[in-house]
Design a protein around this ligand. Structure first.
Ligand code: UD1
Length: 337
């Protein structure tokens, strides 16, 4: 298949590009490089053994998006592109709604016009909202606590309506839990442009000396050790979930399918810290501070639906995630050049 990967220079997109090429697909990346460094492409060329076809523009530009579809034939699209920082979305709600919704409208319009009806969308477990029961199942009600989360809820709804209006669409809504880790080569990984908000990149920057210590947000949650529990999933397992979903869409009965991509296992902040310390080989400075507003005590997937319907299962352990993150961070202390 010829697959268009929006946001293919980003963290999850780049790992998926490598697996798509390895699975024999032709790939075109479209990325605005607003939050990704162009040097990731050179790494992808090394890992895939071929020059990746890259188009550098913002999907909110409808003319450029239309032009791309008018000149290339795609069999499917994987749509990763979007703004993703929760705190920033609270500061700049309009920018988040505009960017994440308009890029999707522009993309889906061009797909419709050119008869491309197979789409995999990057959603998030954040759509289960603050009051969801664990383990989280796909049929749970959706909600959000910040503009970023609402853009995911809204795009899911738009795509469900598109599928209802024209049942020839085959759309996968993939709800990711907490993606971490890096490619085993250490050539690609997560490279936040600012101070990391998420646990794993922050830990990695503490380990490499870019941050003084880890602040653990809350030690009094109703969890086994009092710290927050999440379902961390290795980015390579996550990328494999996209290939499985893309292939499944060819034979899917319904226009729109929703799949959780998680491991089904919860890990606390302290457990993750200790696993990272094992990977690095020494203790890391940390302190327990107040809870972060908006955080929930625990979040983990019921991954049964993806296992049954996609034949996909996450296999990598927390230690694998930490070892791979540390290989990436220690060999690229400042991220991509
Ligand atoms: C966060 C977002 C979520 C988004 C996801 C993307 C919030 C409130 N939620 O999820 O919407 O989809 O990232 O990956 O931002 N922690 C610390 N110290 C830190 C950083 C995190 O103790 O410096 C803790 C958190 O309290 C939490 C766990 O580590 O218990 C994971 O946090 P994080 O990596 O930010 O992910 P989420 O909050 O689950």
């Amino acid at each position: 298949m010829h697959v268009l990967v929006s946001g293919g220079a980003g963290y999850i997109g780049s790992h998926t590009v490598v697996q798509l090429v390895a699975a024999g697909h032709a790939v075109t990346v479209v990325d605005s490089f607003a939050n990704a460094k162009p040097s990731v492409i050179a790494r992808l060329n090394i890992l895939t053994g071929e020059p990746i076809d890259v188009r550098s523009f913002d999907l909110t530009d409808r003319d450029k998006t239309e032009h791309l579809f008018a000149h290339e034939h795609f069999d499917a699209v994987i749509h990763f592109a979007g703004f993703k920082a929760v705190g920033e979305s609270v500061e700049k709600p309009l920018e988040y709604y505009e960017n994440n919704l308009e890029s999707t409208f522009s993309l889906v319009r061009a797909m419709r016009r050119h008869g491309v009806r197979r789409l995999v969308f990057s959603s998030s477990a954040t759509v289960y909202g603050a009051d969801a029961e664990v383990p989280m199942k796909e049929d749970a009600p959706t909600s959000a606590t910040n503009p970023y989360g609402w853009t995911k809820v809204m795009v899911e709804q738009v795509l469900r309506d598109v599928g209802a209006a024209d049942p020839t669409w085959r759309i996968a809504l993939l709800r990711y839990f907490n993606p971490v880790g890096a490619h085993s080569s250490g050539l690609v990984g997560e490279d936040p442009s600012d101070i990391p908000n998420n646990l794993m990149p922050f830990l990695a920057q503490v380990a490499v000396g870019r941050r003084e210590k880890l602040s653990i947000y809350g030690g009094d949650y109703p969890t086994p050790d009092g710290t927050g529990v999440r379902d961390y999933i290795h980015v390579e397992d996550l990328a494999a979930g996209h290939i499985a979903a893309l292939e499944k869409l060819a034979s899917a009965d319904e226009p729109v399918s929703t799949w959780n991509l998680g491991t089904g296992r919860g890990t606390s902040v302290l457990e993750m810290l200790h696993a990272f310390e094992r990977a690095v080989g020494h203790d890391l400075p940390h302190e327990i501070v107040d809870r972060r507003p908006g955080d929930i005590a625990q979040s983990y997937a019921d991954p049964t639906k993806a296992e049954t319907e996609l034949g996909w299962k996450a296999t990598r352990t927390i230690d694998d995630m930490c070892v791979d993150t540390w290989r990436w961070q220690s060999t690229n202390p400042d991220g991509y050049p």
